[in-house]
Write a protein of this length. Structure first.
Length: 279
């Protein structure tokens, strides 16, 4: 079990003390008795939890616990054999990723999925695709609605670039950036879609301590300024405990803990899972 970053607790306390953070609301996402299997291998077994509006909800667990599978179920990449998912009061059946995106669900990926030959600005602009209503002809001649949309989308992207403090690399090809900045660009592209629910797949994997602290700060700032509801998955307990409102813990595809960070920290099943106690 990892120890929380030394500066992180103070950072979070300061962020939580600000008055601008939206109040946590009612359930926006409900996962009920979801089971997923690939052939004879069970990835998830009867997992249930909910996510409230404006909260930061973490899903943690050791490697292979089923965290990414759960995120892929929410996002519509995988279709569970059993259970149901309700998003904003509507039960979703056989959801596919582009439909999830249209409904306001955006995500980042554990393995960076950016266009390495394109600039930071152009990569973030791709996050605005679903906001574009102009026809191909209008876009080709850059007239009327297409011109207005481009100006509006560019303004939104520039706002996000300023917010995430990446102005100095806006014209740099993504492939030239260090890993930590690539992760920040991927977060920016997801934010460009103006999601209701943002899924973050190990956003701090592979980062050094300073980069993790920066990413924690940006996650908190996004939640405060935009009111974005987030589901964050990580295998490193220490990284997420201080920034999450509630935490659900998976191990071997089953839920073994769910509650506030303090409740999860003291849960014996969670401690045993992280210490590698035999099942």
């Amino acid at each position: 079990m990892s120890t929380p970053l030394s500066a992180q607790a103070q950072l979070v306390q300061e962020a939580r003390a600000r008055s601008g953070r939206p109040a946590i609301g009612d359930n926006i996402l409900s996962v009920e008795q979801v089971s997923l299997a690939f052939g004879g291998v069970r990835a998830l077994t009867e997992v249930s939890f909910n996510v409230r509006e404006h909260e930061i909800r973490a899903i943690i667990g050791p490697n292979g616990a089923g965290k990414s599978s759960m995120l892929n179920v929410i996002n519509g990449v995988y279709h569970p054999q059993l259970g149901r998912i309700t998003f904003r009061g509507t039960q979703r059946r056989q959801m596919v990723p582009h439909e999830a995106a249209r409904q306001g669900i955006a995500r980042t990926f554990q393995n960076i999925a950016l266009f390495k030959g394109m600039t930071v600005l152009d990569n973030i602009m791709t996050g605005r695709n679903l906001r574009m209503k102009a026809t191909i002809v209008e876009q080709a001649i850059h007239f009327g609605r297409a011109k207005r949309e481009e100006l509006e989308n560019r303004a939104k992207v520039e706002e996000i670039i300023d917010f995430l403090q990446i102005q100095h690399i806006r014209k740099t090809p993504v492939g030239r950036l260090p890993y930590g900045l690539m992760k920040r660009v991927e977060l920016a592209r997801a934010l460009a879609a103006e999601p209701t629910l943002l899924l973050l797949d190990e956003p701090m994997a592979g980062m050094n301590v300073e980069e993790k602290q920066d990413m924690c700060r940006f996650i908190l700032d996004v939640n405060e300024q935009y009111g974005t509801t987030m589901v964050l998955i990580e295998h490193d307990m220490g990284v997420v405990m201080d920034i999450s409102d509630r935490v659900v813990v998976l191990d071997y595809g089953r839920k073994i803990g769910d509650g506030t960070p303090d409740e999860v920290r003291s849960n014996k099943a969670v401690i045993d899972a992280y210490l590698g106690v035999a099942h």
